[in-house]
Unconditional design. Structure first.
Length: 277
């Protein structure tokens, strides 16, 4: 099983760090987790066609994690996808997908009528809404979903991926919570988001970015002072960081802070970084 970080950024645009998205794959299975801005371009750089993806899992419905959903769907059609999409996401995913598809319905129908492509199965979307915790099998990879704490977002999930004897945990967006430490236990790799305290403390306040704004953003993420402790408690073999807030930072300092709690250096995630699990 392999993991490729397709996007390691956050809502603020950074050409080096695209919107949150990850690809989990084996020889026979390709699973996409989230579809942030630029996901289709990163898949193309990796040499993976959206036509070949077996499933899409959504951690939650924040815009930075789902903004390129329609681009993913329409580009898969242009890439000759001949099978329906399987999308797994929190409560609200069915409604969200319907709105997205309705918004582009006229344009899509025009293309279908004029371009005369042999299949429209790429536009058939099967959505399964997940709740609490459970297990789903996608070919040879088992996917375990579990709730995390991203309140005020009501429904947010982390995922475990099992292939052969390996385990990969993806935190999704979350503040420290019991579930992430419980479900990440002895994971071969924990991919975790991080809000970098020492960088954000130096940001100047303004009407658009007040002290309260930063406090609220920080409150529903995991900080650089917390993520090493989570990795230590979960006893994960490797800690990889992603979803950086902010997207530019002092990497050496971040590693030092986390190593103090974790006991070893984390891996600083970068777009298109591929790791064998």
């Amino acid at each position: 099983m392999k993991l490729t970080l397709l996007g390691t950024g956050c809502p603020k645009v950074d050409y080096k760090r695209f919107g949150p998205s990850n690809l989990v794959y084996s020889k026979n299975t390709k699973i996409l987790v989230d579809c942030g801005s630029g996901v289709t371009q990163r898949l193309n750089q990796l040499g993976v066609s959206s036509a070949d993806l077996n499933a899409l899992f959504l951690t939650h419905l924040h815009s930075d994690h789902v903004v390129d959903l329609y681009q993913l769907i329409i580009s898969s059609w242009h890439s000759y996808r001949i099978k329906p999409w399987k999308i797994y996401g929190p409560i609200g995913t069915k409604k969200f997908v319907k709105k997205i598809m309705d918004a582009w319905k006229d344009e899509r129908n025009q293309r279908i009528k004029y371009e005369l492509r042999s299949s429209t199965k790429a536009f058939k979307i099967k959505v399964k809404e997940i709740n609490s915790s459970g297990m789903i099998k996608i070919n040879d990879i088992k996917v375990q979903y579990f709730e995390v704490d991203h309140k005020p977002v009501k429904y947010a999930f982390g995922f475990n991926f099992f292939h052969k004897k390996k385990k990969l945990t993806i935190s999704g967006d979350t503040r420290p919570c019991e579930n992430i430490m419980k479900y990440a236990q002895k994971s071969d790799l924990l991919l975790h988001e991080v809000y970098i305290n020492h960088e954000m403390e130096n940001i100047k306040f303004s009407k658009m970015r007040s002290k309260q704004t930063l406090h609220n953003v920080k409150s529903y993420h995991t900080t650089s002072d917390q993520v090493g402790k989570i990795a230590k408690i979960s006893k994960c073999k490797k800690l990889v960081l992603t979803h950086f807030v902010p997207t530019t930072f002092n990497e050496k300092k971040l590693k030092r802070i986390i190593k103090k709690d974790y006991g070893k250096n984390p891996i600083i995630g970068k777009d298109l970084l591929t790791i064998n699990i």
